[in-house]
Write a protein that binds this ligand. Sequence first.
Ligand SMILES: [Zn+2]
Length: 81
Amino acid sequence: MTVTILAVFFLVLMLALTYLGYRFVIRKGVSRHEAHVGQCNLCRKEFDLTRLIERSSGDSRTYRFCEPCVRSLSDELLSRN
Ligand SMILES: [Zn+2]
């Protein structure tokens, strides 16, 4: 009887460890995906980093801008001239 209870306990323990390990792998996969995604500092939308332009300011902050925002800034500047 004791052996059966111990066997069930270890089986549940193994299943719990497998579940936790699986969740860890899934979470790592998500963070790896997030590493390639950045947020535009103007519109706050998320884009792939290859679609964002990065510029550093004088106080060593890095700003990212998406294509629609850059076009909007360009149009605004051109409309003044
Ligand atoms: Zn933007």
